[in-house]
Design a protein around this ligand. Structure first.
Ligand SMILES: [Zn+2]
Length: 291
């Protein structure tokens, strides 16, 4: 495909065409929404939960319709154009949607996410589908895209290492140079929720939200056997957290004297790890792991 060829007009819904139709351009708000959808999926939200989350947050749809539809979310999560790939198709009689014709063309579209993010979302989707099909899933990560790395500023993402769930810097997973330490997810969640439940924080500017959060946290403790309800309440917690917290900067390797070589295995739970919680309204607090 030569650089000068005209692009097809049917661009993915998060891209537009330049007036001369020679190249694609991001529609910035949509690209941002698409990235958020992938982060939420990797965090364990299914397409229904992502749709209701986006509705709650009043994120505009790409079609002008009032509400997000879970099938749209799911097809975006499976769309390889998100990382730039284009699959030529032939439209023989009887094939309205086209059948793949020839090898896929990489870097045809500007990539909104990288291939590793796409792959991580596929794994999360499959796990989510199979578990929800069986018994109803627990929402794995209630922090969505709130976590960032205190050392390099990259996103800290939810990651499974065999059966262990951890939060780890995106740079590390993409072979970048950052602290190869992770924070086991269950410990992180307990630490942050215990911090937010502290009586000294009751003076928050958004104390009504905090009251709602504490009620939800208390409620899910009694829901271990009711998985569907537990899942729904954890989605509610994830939505509330986004209204209370601006960001969580994670110092997963503590003071960094224990920084690991870039070829090292990801090691979790280093003593001295902590995070900085930045609340809506501007206050920021250090928060030390409770274990
Ligand atoms: Zn980092």
């Amino acid at each position: 495909m030569s650089k000068s060829s005209k692009k097809i007009s049917a661009a993915p819904s998060w891209l537009g065409l330049t007036p001369n139709r020679l190249s694609f351009v991001f529609l910035p708000d949509r690209a941002e929404t698409l990235r958020k959808i992938f982060q939420l999926a990797i965090g364990g939200l299914g397409s229904y939960a992502i749709a209701s989350y986006l509705d709650e947050e009043k994120v505009p749809t790409f079609t002008g319709s009032l509400n997000w539809d879970h099938t749209t979310i799911d097809s975006m999560l499976r769309n390889r154009a998100t990382y730039g790939e284009y699959q030529p198709k032939s439209f023989a009689a009887g094939h309205k949607r086209g059948i793949p014709s020839g090898p896929p063309v990489s870097s045809y579209y500007p990539a909104v996410i990288d291939k590793a993010t796409f792959d991580a979302a596929q794994v999360a989707r499959q796990q989510n589908l199979s578990r929800r099909g069986r018994k109803g899933n627990d929402l794995a990560n209630i922090f969505g895209d709130l976590c960032s790395c205190a050392y390099c500023g990259s996103k800290v993402i939810f990651h499974r290492i065999s059966n262990v769930q951890v939060l780890v810097c995106d740079q590390v997973l993409n072979q970048g140079a950052c602290s190869r330490s992770a924070w086991s997810y269950s410990d992180f969640e307990i630490t942050v929720l215990a911090f937010l439940a502290h009586p000294a924080l009751l003076q928050l500017s958004r104390s009504e939200l905090k009251g709602a959060l504490l009620d939800l946290v208390a409620e899910i403790k009694g829901l271990s056997s009711d998985r569907e309800r537990r899942y729904a309440r954890r989605v509610d917690i994830a939505i509330l957290l986004k209204r209370i917290v601006v960001g969580l900067a994670i110092h997963s390797a503590g003071n960094l004297s224990l920084t690991r070589h870039s070829s090292a295995q990801i090691r979790k739970d280093i003593a001295g790890r902590f995070l900085e919680i930045q609340l809506q309204g501007g206050q920021s607090y250090p928060c030390i792991s409770i274990r």
